[in-house]
Write a protein that binds this ligand. Structure first.
Ligand code: NAD
Ligand code: DAU
Length: 348
């Protein structure tokens, strides 16, 4: 059995990815989930597979090089799928250094460990999971392609862009076998309720204000998390070393459209027609707020035959349903520091 190190496997996308690999490749891979368990990481996300024989959890911080080296040796790590990161733009505006420490320094630690331990062997893979935000902000037209120049605008995207550059530098300089993919906004179960969709769902459930930054007309390209996971699986197995793949949902929506849609879906389910929209509040814009993201995934579609399978309306229904059925999860992740952090939205 080959061992794959998945970093950040207790987070939103990571937990879906770990579950997918552990279930689908029972005889083929041992999955080592390496996660610091920050506020965003939660082992509850993986309860259903925690006892599987091909799954191991290691609590650790990618900022600590020695721990990574230990794990590489102990589990004979053959490949890495690297997701561990500080992932929230608003937090990066408040505390950029944590984003540098984890997203940049942590990534370089992992690269260094792989370089040292794999000793130039080409049958390994360092697969780095990145974001479309590295490309900056679009106007009314156009989409990001793999060769779009990097133009990050937030501390989060600047740190992710920097980590992407280091991954490519290790490919060119040391011949480390790497692949990068840059994905658009994910949504689905287990997403921490600081990101737009779960935050709005949580606030509707609790009759709290629904904060919309600026005019609400910023556009994101939404992809159901399981479609991202399938793309990662495909790229992991069939992607070409040294290449980059863009992953997107062909699903551009303005924030206000998403929020009103969520109000209507939840009102219908709770028999509350018309009431949630009254909670909408336009608030001060996010500093440096990127106007529009849109991904062109033609390369992934033509070369690796990937397609998103979940239509947005179905994906959103499934997501709402999950949060309504998992109020204990929501209550547990929103206890403690969460309320302190989001106090500004609850003070009215
Ligand atoms: P998340 O915030 O939900 O999870 C991040 C995970 O990383 C958590 O489990 C956390 O505990 C762990 N972690 C953080 N710092 C760590 C450290 N120093 N050492 C070890 N573990 C650490 O993030 P997510 O939304 O699942 O995103 C995962 C990855 O995908 C990130 O690299 C992000 O940049 C990228 N990405 C996310 C999206 C999206 O829409 N969420 C889109 C494109 C790319
Ligand atoms: O594009 C991929 C990126 O998508 C990932 O790399 C990031 O990790 C992920 O957090 C996400 O970044 P965004 O900043 O686009 O996501 P967020 O959910 O924070 O915000 C989505 C949009 O909604 C954005 O235009 C800001 C707006 N927003 C967000 C929040 C939390 C609001 O209007 N109100 C809010 O309360």
């Amino acid at each position: 059995m080959d061992s794959i190190l998945i970093t950040g496997g207790a987070g939103f996308i990571g937990s879906h990815l770990v579950r997918h690999f552990v279930n689908k490749y029972k005889q083929k891979y041992r999955i080592v989930n390496f996660d610091k368990l920050t506020y965003a990481g939660n082992l509850e996300n993986l309860k259903d597979i925690e006892d599987f024989e091909n799954y191991i959890f290691v609590k650790g911080d990618i900022q600590e090089y020695n721990k990574l080296e230990e794990v590489f040796y102990e589990y004979s790590i053959k490949s890495v799928i690297h997701l561990a990161a500080e992932s929230h733009v608003d937090r990066s505006i408040e505390n950029p250094m944590e984003f540098v420490n984890t997203n940049v320094v942590g990534t370089i630690n992992l690269l260094n460990a792989a370089k040292k331990i794999w000793k130039g062997k080409s049958d390994h893979l360092f697969y780095h999971i990145s974001t479309d935000e590295v490309y900056g902000s679009l106007g009314e037209d156009g989409k990001f392609i793999e060769t779009t120049a990097y133009d990050p605008r937030s501390p989060y995207s600047a740190a992710k862009a920097s980590s992407d550059h280091f991954v490519r530098a290790f490919y060119h300089t040391y011949g480390l076998p790497v692949i990068i993919s840059n994905c658009s906004n994910n949504y689905g179960p287990f997403q921490f309720p600081e990101k737009l969709i779960p935050l709005i769902i949580n606030n509707i459930i609790n009759s709290k204000p629904l904060p919309i930054y600026g005019d609400g007309k910023n556009v994101r390209d939404w992809l159901y998390v399981e479609d991202h996971v399938k793309a990662i699986d495909m790229i992991f197995h069939n992607g070409v070393r040294g290449e980059t793949y863009n992953i997107g949902g062909d699903n551009e929506k303005m924030n206000i459209e998403i929020v009103t849609l969520l109000c209507d879906i939840i009102d219908k389910k709770l028999n509350n027609i018309g009431s949630s929209r009254l909670l909408i509040e336009y608030i001060k814009d996010r500093p440096g707020h990127d106007r529009r993201y849109a991904i062109d995934s033609t390369k992934l579609k033509t070369e690796l035959k990937w397609r998103p399978e979940n239509d947005f309306s179905i994906g959103l229904e499934k997501t709402v349903e999950w949060y309504l059925n998992n109020k204990e999860w929501l209550a547990s992740v929103t206890s403690g520091d969460y309320l302190k952090y989001y106090k500004k939205y609850y003070e009215k």
